[in-house]
Write a protein of this length. Structure first.
Length: 319
C-alpha cells in the first residue's frame, strides 16, 4: 500500500445507533475532543442503510472490541453517515454534506485520519476484510501525522529561508488529494515567504484567482439561457486582462459548445470552429486532438445543422 491511500468521498449520514460505542456524529465536536485529549480524529464516511460495504465494515470490524481497544488511545471516532432510507435532521444532513465535500468523498465507506485541525494524513476507502487490513493504513496515517508534526516542530526552531524550505518540503510530502486540508501549514509558509522562494505564494494566488473566476462564471453565466444572452457575457470576461489560463480554457470550451448548438448554417459553424484556434493558443500541446475535433465537426456539418433544426423546432415558442 502506498504511503497515502487515494482519498475519495461523497455525501453521507450517520444513523443514531452509530453514536454508540464511543463514536461521535459531529466532526467539529470530534476535533475539539481531539485537541483536549491530544489525539487524532478517525472519521468514517458511510452509507449505513444501503451500502453493504459500509454495513460490513462497521458490523465486522469498526464496532468490535478489538478495534475499539486499538483506537482508544489514538483516535477520537466520528461517523459521518449518508442513509437513504432514514432521513436525518436537516441541520445534520447539511453538515454531513459539507464535510464530505471538504474531503472530496465520493465513495463509501471512506475512512480518513485527521489531526485536530482537520488536516488529512491517510486512510482507506472500500470494504476491507478484517481488523489487520484496517489497522495497517490507519497505523500508516497515524505515523504520517506524527512525523509531520515532529518535522514542523523542528522547522519552527529555525528561521529565515532554512525554515521556509523545510516547511515547503513537509507540505510537498502531502499528496495532492490531501493538500486542501493543510491550510494552516500553507498559510504559515506563504506568510513567511515574502520573496516567494518556494513559488507557493504565486501558486496560491493563481489558484485563488481561478476559484474566484469559477465562482463568477457560475454566478453570471447560465448555459441554459439563450446563446444571444450568454455569449456576450463570455466574451466580456474573455476580454479581461490577466485572466487565468485554466479559466480562459473553460470559457472557450463553453463558448464553442454554445456556438455549435446554436448554429443554423455553415457560416455559423465556421465561426464556431474559429474558437478551436483560440483554444489551441491556450493548450498548444493538444494540437493533434483539436485538429481532429475540427475535422470531425467539418465532416458532420449537415448532421449537426439538421439536429439543431429539429431541436429548435421542438422547443416551445416564447410568448
Amino acid at each position: 500500500m502506498t504511503q497515502y491511500t487515494t482519498l475519495i468521498a461523497l455525501a453521507a449520514c450517520i444513523a443514531p445507533a452509530f453514536a454508540a460505542d464511543g463514536w461521535l456524529t459531529d466532526l467539529d465536536e470530534a476535533k475539539k475532543k481531539a485537541t483536549t485529549e491530544n489525539k487524532a480524529v478517525l472519521v468514517e464516511f458511510s452509507g449505513s442503510d444501503w451500502c453493504s460495504y459500509s454495513r460490513n465494515l462497521r458490523k465486522k470490524i469498526m464496532t468490535k472490541p478489538e478495534f475499539l481497544k486499538y483506537a482508544a488511545d489514538k483516535f477520537v471516532l466520528v461517523n459521518i453517515d449518508f442513509p437513504r432510507k432514514t432521513k436525518l435532521p436537516e441541520a445534520q444532513a447539511k453538515k454531513n454534506q459539507a464535510w464530505s465535500q471538504e474531503y472530496s468523498v465520493d465513495s463509501f465507506p471512506t475512512v480518513i485520519v485527521l489531526d485536530s485541525d482537520g488536516a488529512a494524513y491517510g486512510g482507506f476507502s472500500g470494504g476491507l476484510p478484517d481488523f489487520a487490513s484496517v489497522k495497517a493504513p490507519l497505523d500508516e496515517a497515524f505515523r504520517n501525522m506524527k512525523n509531520s508534526k515532529a518535522a514542523v516542530a523542528i522547522a519552527n526552531k529555525l528561521s529565515g529561508d532554512e525554515k521556509i524550505l523545510i516547511l515547503q518540503q513537509i507540505y510537498n510530502a502531502v499528496p495532492e488529494e490531501y493538500r486542501d486540508s493543510h491550510t494552516a501549514l500553507l498559510k504559515n509558509i506563504t506568510e513567511l515567504d515574502k520573496k516567494d522562494i518556494t513559488g507557493l505564494v504565486s501558486k496560491t494566488n493563481r489558484e485563488n484567482e481561478l476559484k474566484a473566476l469559477k465562482q463568477r462564471i457560475q454566478n453570471e453565466i447560465d448555459p441554459e439561457k439563450p446563446a444571444a444572452e450568454t455569449l456576450p457575457k463570455i466574451d466580456a470576461i474573455l476580454a479581461e486582462p490577466k485572466l487565468p489560463q485554466e479559466g480562459r480554457l473553460a470559457l472557450l470550451q463553453l463558448k464553442l459548445q454554445l456556438m455549435l448548438q446554436e448554429a443554423s448554417n455553415e457560416e455559423e459553424i465556421d465561426r464556431a470552429l474559429g474558437v478551436i484556434n483560440d483554444i489551441l493558443k491556450v493548450r498548444p500541446e493538444l494540437s493533434a486532438q483539436l485538429q481532429q475535433l475540427k475535422k470531425n465537426i467539418q465532416d458532420n456539418k449537415d448532421e449537426l445543422l439538421e439536429s439543431n433544426k429539429t431541436r429548435k423546432a421542438a422547443q416551445p415558442k416564447a410568448n
